[in-house]
Design a protein around this ligand. Structure first.
Ligand code: GAP
Length: 463
């Protein structure tokens, strides 16, 4: 796909998100805070639906996973033990002339081809920069870059109200550590036996150098993570299981098209400092393939580190044979905001209609769609409005519905198409005589007459 087309597709999606109240630029009335976003009335409905579907699939549907909601602020020693203080960094350079900052690996990959920097050390990247002597892409000046250096991605802040009595702490860069430090509590109270998992949804923060591509990479984002604790030696089998289970969630539960995702295994040189094996489920974003879900085999790295640093025994005892061991961990880690962008991009279509017009439509699955049913009276007057409101009051007890009586009926349909609403009901003059309404299906635009009494069972079968 040509770069221009890719850029324009993302622009169209960003424009739709703003126009229809899915996502707004953050702090907009103050000129905006770069790369921050607020989710509007329809965006928040989609986020809630995605969270609920994930929780049901990972926690409620399984006997071997329980939930957790741990703090964002953890003791700073957690991040020393986990390795984030020393290792969680990106290589960066600054332009001394215009002061713009770049991620060296992204910068060189763009110049020399995707994957060029995989496995290269900071010194090797520095040598390439020196040899190629690139100009700054922002101001065009040459020989203005600083030496490449590692930049820690954690946001630091202070805890404590008194001057001098404060302690430096970090906003969590992943939700996973809250799970590891609670492993013993949960193993002791939940009656779960290994293998079992702990799932958590929550915000994470990373001071990304090059936050970009709409909500794909932001400094504040939300993660849906699950740490699955298993016997050492069984991790390979579980790793395969979780890659398949996550792929199935995207296709069967969320309704993402098969062709829009692929699984990519990490090369040894790409692995994070805690991982012995990682596969990403990638999504075909408007700007190309990108990581949506990382599945990592974290061994007993984290529990070992926390055991050493805290001095606490974090081992699990198998009651059947009294064997004590530190479990191995397989972790599927998903970004909620990337999942949001994936479902919107996958569903987005500018459809050419038979009459030559174009309609923008989101083919969202009804489980993900913010509104399930739009309800319109053909006219406000002559009792049609009252009849439509009665239907609205009945159906809203079961599904999130929207009542709309303003503007031409065609415009009301188009608005709901852009919101991804799978069904619309129109109450017309015949409805007053035969007690039936027109139900229009979003994707086919087919309309059928349904008796008002049968509406609930009609939608139970479909939504
Ligand atoms: N606990 C492991 C972990 O955090 P990760 O691959 O760094 O692994 C997991 O993050 C997922 O979180 C990614 O696959 C992505 O979906 C999401 N994610 C990571 N950084 C992000 C960012 N800056 N903005 C939005 N989503 C992000």
């Amino acid at each position: 796909m040509a770069q221009d087309k890719e850029d324009s597709q993302l622009k169209d999606i960003v424009a739709l998100c703003k126009r229809r109240g899915f996502v707004f630029p953050g702090s907009e009335i103050y000129g905006g805070l770069s790369n921050s976003f607020d989710y509007g009335p329809y965006g928040v409905e989609i986020l809630n639906n995605l969270r609920k579907l994930w929780w049901k699939y990972f926690v409620h549907r399984r006997d071997d996973i329980v939930g957790l909601d741990s703090s964002i602020l953890l003791h700073p020693r957690v991040w020393e033990a986990s390795g984030h203080v020393s290792n969680f960094s990106d290589p960066l350079i600054d332009c001394k002339s215009c002061k713009v900052r770049f991620r060296v690996d992204h910068f060189l990959d763009e110049k020399l081809g995707e994957g060029f920097t995989v496995g290269k050390t900071l010194e090797e990247l520095q040598q390439v920069l020196k040899k190629e002597n690139y100009a700054c892409p922002n101001c065009g000046k040459s020989e203005t870059f600083t030496e490449a250096r590692n930049f820690n991605l954690m946001f630091k802040t202070q805890q404590g109200a008194n001057e001098g009595g404060t302690m430096d702490i970090y906003l969590r860069p992943e939700t996973a550590q809250g799970i590891f430090i609670n492993f013993k509590n949960i193993a002791n109270t939940s009656r779960k036996k290994i293998p079992f998992g702990i799932a958590q949804i929550g915000k994470s923060f990373r001071n990304e150098i090059m936050a970009r591509q709409f909500v794909f990479r932001t400094r504040e984002f939300e993660q849906l993570e699950m740490e699955f604790f298993c016997e050492p030696g069984s991790q390979k089998e579980w790793f395969t299981h979780w890659v398949d289970y996550c792929t199935n969630f995207l296709i069967e539960v969320i309704g993402i098209q098969k062709e829009s995702i692929r699984v990519r295994q990490h090369e040894k040189s790409e692995l994070s400092f805690y991982s012995e094996e990682t596969s990403d489920i990638e999504f075909k974003f408007p700007f190309g393939w990108g990581e949506l879900w990382g599945i990592a085999s974290r061994t007993d790295y984290d529990l070992t580190q926390h055991e050493k640093a805290s001095g606490q025994d974090l081992k699990y005892t198998d009651q059947s044979n009294n064997k004590k061991f530190l479990p191995y961990v397989v972790e599927p880690a998903l970004g909620l905001n990337r999942l949001f962008l994936s479902v919107i991009s996958d569903a987005y279509e500018e459809e050419k209609l038979a009459d030559g017009e174009t309609r923008t439509v989101l083919h969202l699955s009804s489980k993900v769609a913010p509104i399930k049913i739009g309800i319109f009276p053909l006219m406000k007057k002559d009792g049609l409005g009252e009849k439509a409101k009665e239907i609205f009051q009945t159906l809203r007890e079961h599904w999130y519905c929207e009542y709309d009586e303003s503007g031409a009926i065609g415009k009301r349909y188009r608005r709901q198409d852009e919101l991804g609403t799978p069904y619309c009901i129109t109450v017309d003059y015949d409805s007053l005589k035969d007690n039936s309404v027109t139900v229009r299906e979003r994707d086919t635009m087919k309309q059928e007459r349904i008796d008002i009494q049968s509406l609930k069972s009609y939608f139970i079968d479909r939504i």
